[in-house]
Design a protein around this ligand. Structure first.
Ligand code: NAP
Length: 256
C-alpha cells in the first residue's frame, strides 16, 4: 500500500537529536514515503544532523538559523534549484533564556522576552513568507505549541507568552494562505523529555502530573505527535486549518 505522503516533499526544521520532536515527525514522514529535507541551526550542529539525516533517509540537510533573514533567503535559493516544490513545512523550533524559565515571570527582561518571541513565534511568520511560494500545489505548514499558551504552567513563563503569539500567528497565516490551499496548524504536544524541555525548571513534576491526571493516565509518545503531523500533511487533513490539535493524552480537558 502506498504511503500517505508518497510523492510529497517535506521540510522539517528543528531536528537536533533523536529526542527532538522533529525527529519523530521526520521519521513518520519518511515511513509514509515523503522526500525529507532537514534544516539545522549553524555549523555546531551540522555533523550531528547529517548523521541523523542518514538514519532518517533524508534527501538533503540545509543550514538555516530562523532568526537570520539572509540564511532563510539562501535556503529558498537552494530549494528553488534542487527541490522547487514543497508540500509540507514543519516548524519545531523554540528558544528562551534558561533563567526566564525559572524566575518569577514579572522579572523577565525585555531582551529575554523579545528573544523568545523572535525565535519561537516570529520565525513561523518568516518561514511561511519565505517557503509558501514554493508550495505551488498547496500543502501544510505546521508548528509545535504547548498548553502553557493558554493556561498558566509553573515556570513556563515567557515561553507560554511566545506560544500564545505563535498560536495567533497560526490563525492569521491560515486565513491568509488558505486562498493558496496552504493549511496552517499547530500541534499542542504534551510534555516530552527533550533537550529544550530540560531547560524548564521542575519539568519532571509536569510529566508526573500529566501521567497522574490525563484521561489516558500516561504521557504522550513523540511517535503520536509524528502520526498527527502525517495526518496534517496528508490528504486526510485537507479540511483542517487554523487549528491547535492537542496530542497530550487528553490532559487539556481536565479541570479538577
Ligand atoms: P529540541 O529537540 O531542543 O528542539 C528545538 C529545536 O529548535 C532545536 O533543533 C534547536 O536547535 C532549534 N532552534 C532553536 N533556535 C533556533 C534558531 N534560531 N534557528 C533554527 N533552529 C533553532 O526540543 P523539542 O522539545 O523537540 O522542541 C521542538 C518544539 O516542540 C518547540 O517549539 C517546543 O516548544 C515544542 N514543544 C515541546 C514540548 C516538550 O515537552 N518537549 C511540548 C510541546 C511543544 P539547537 O539545538 O541548535 O538550538
Amino acid at each position: 500500500m502506498p504511503g500517505l505522503l508518497e510523492g510529497k516533499t517535506a521540510l522539517v526544521a528543528g531536528v537536533a537529536n533523536r529526542w527532538s520532536i522533529a525527529y519523530s515527525i521526520a521519521a513518520a514522514f519518511r515511513r509514509e514515503g515523503a522526500t525529507l529535507l532537514l534544516t539545522y541551526q549553524g555549523e555546531r550542529l551540522r555533523g550531528q544532523v547529517e548523521e541523523l539525516a542518514v538514519e532518517l533517509g533524508a534527501a538533503k540537510v540545509l543550514n538555516c538559523d530562523v532568526t537570520n533573514d539572509a540564511e532563510l533567503e539562501a535556503l529558498v535559493a537552494t530549494l528553488q534549484a534542487e527541490f522547487p516544490k514543497l508540500d509540507a513545512v514543519v516548524h519545531s523550533i523554540a528558544f528562551a533564556n534558561k533563567e526566564d524559565l525559572s524566575r518569577p515571570f514579572s522579572e523577565t527582561s525585555r531582551d529575554g522576552y523579545l528573544l523568545s518571541q523572535n525565535v519561537s513565534a516570529y520565525s513561523l511568520v518568516a518561514m511561511s513568507r519565505a517557503l509558501s511560494p514554493l508550495m505551488t500545489d498547496g500543502g501544510a505548514i505546521m508548528t509545535l505549541t504547548y498548553l502553557g499558551a493558554t493556561r498558566v504552567v509553573e515556570n513556563y513563563n515567557v515561553m507560554g507568552v511566545a506560544k500564545a503569539a505563535l498560536e495567533a500567528c497560526v490563525r492569521y497565516l491560515a486565513a491568509e494562505l488558505g486562498a493558496k490551499n496552504i493549511r496552517v496548524n499547530a500541534i499542542s504536544a504534551g510534555p516530552i523529555k527533550t533537550a529544550s524541555a530540560r531547560g524548564i525548571k521542575d519539568f519532571s513534576k509536569v510529566l508526573d502530573a500529566v501521567a497522574a491526571h490525563a484521561p489516558l493516565k500516561r504521557n504522550c509518545d513523540p511517535a503520536e505527535v509524528g502520526d498527527t503531523a502525517v495526518f496534517l500533511a496528508s490528504g486526510l487533513g485537507r479540511g483542517v486549518t487554523g487549528n491547535t490539535i492537542f496530542v497530550d493524552a487528553g490532559f487539556q480537558v481536565m479541570g479538577l
